[in-house]
Ligand binder design. Structure first.
Ligand SMILES: [Zn+2]
Length: 289
């Protein structure tokens, strides 16, 4: 248990039919397709493994092994819970109010019944992550990326983009047991796993954009990841679009992209602009500023 005085969180999922419809609208259509493909492949792989186990050690062994794998898949912690609890600070109503304000805005926008625990850790890497920690849903923010964001006028919107992206991994089921089993089944084909992962990340960028309610602040975060906090405000979106248009049909570029679990930052920048236009058509408009 992370905190014996804190009851386990209810499931961090959108709380109503309306909220679930919102999540479906925000989901990148490519994620929907890739999820169908990887799930179908995973079913075949697990059936193959079950048949193989049945052939070599009988059905009791096969069932017990598969149940064991299923249980094991949901119990792996990406970080040490003790390290996070003792080296970091947990965000709350009376702790780090700037961040807590952003956390509550994301939860309201996504209509969540329960908010993941959010921790800040001192780290020089510009990163944030959504993870399970001691059977609780957690988002960890590294101090370096917060330092880069908090110097800006639009810091609040940038924080909500960052948090919204990480909340997106929780609410869209990217850390659910079934998703982990699908990923496990696709280990034999890294290309397939990375293809699906890229589209999951694209969905989370859309969710972050929706939470921030600001296209320019969301773009600023991606620009900071590319050129750092000081130069980000000078990044020209039109020049980025032009550069991407020139390179997006190059085979070598796509060979490189297929080796990644995220779309590259230039591509994410352009996709945020395109996502804002799509969301406007869907009635989920996001402020341009
Ligand atoms: Zn992500």
């Amino acid at each position: 248990m992370l905190d014996q005085h804190t009851p386990p969180l209810p499931e961090t999922k959108p709380s109503s039919a309306e909220a679930r419809a919102l999540l479906r609208a925000l989901r990148d259509p490519r994620e929907q397709r890739s999820r169908l493909v990887v799930t179908s492949v995973a079913v075949l792989v697990w059936l193959g493994i079950a048949w193989w186990l049945w052939a070599i050690c009988g059905w009791v062994c096969a069932v017990l092994t598969l149940i064991g794998i299923g249980v094991f898949a949901g119990t792996i912690d990406a970080l040490s819970p003790h390290m996070v609890r003792t080296q970091g600070i947990r965000v709350g109503p009376d702790q780090l109010p700037t961040l807590y304000h952003a956390v509550t805005q994301c939860a309201e926008r996504l209509q969540l019944t329960a908010i993941p625990d959010v921790y800040v850790l001192h780290e020089t890497v510009w990163n944030a992550m959504a993870i399970w920690l001691a059977r609780r849903r957690v988002v960890v923010l590294y101090s370096a990326i917060l330092d880069g964001i908090l110097t800006d006028d639009s810091a609040h919107q940038q924080l909500t983009f960052l948090l919204g992206h990480e909340f997106g991994h929780h609410v869209d089921g990217h850390l659910d047991r079934m998703h982990l089993l699908v990923e496990l089944a696709c280990l034999w084909c890294p290309w397939l796993r990375r293809w699906h992962s890229r589209h999951c990340e694209a969905t989370c960028d859309r969710i972050g954009l929706y939470c921030s309610d600001s296209l320019s602040a969301s773009l600023r975060v991606v620009a900071k990841l590319m050129v750092g906090a000081h130069l980000a405000q000078e990044v020209n979106p039109d020049a980025v679009l032009r550069d991407w248009q020139q390179m997006k049909h190059e085979r070598r570029i796509w060979r490189y992209i297929r080796s990644l679990e995220h779309f590259p930052l230039l591509c994410r920048y352009v996709e945020l602009i395109e996502a804002a236009a799509v969301m406007e058509v869907l009635g989920l408009s996001v402020a341009k500023e």
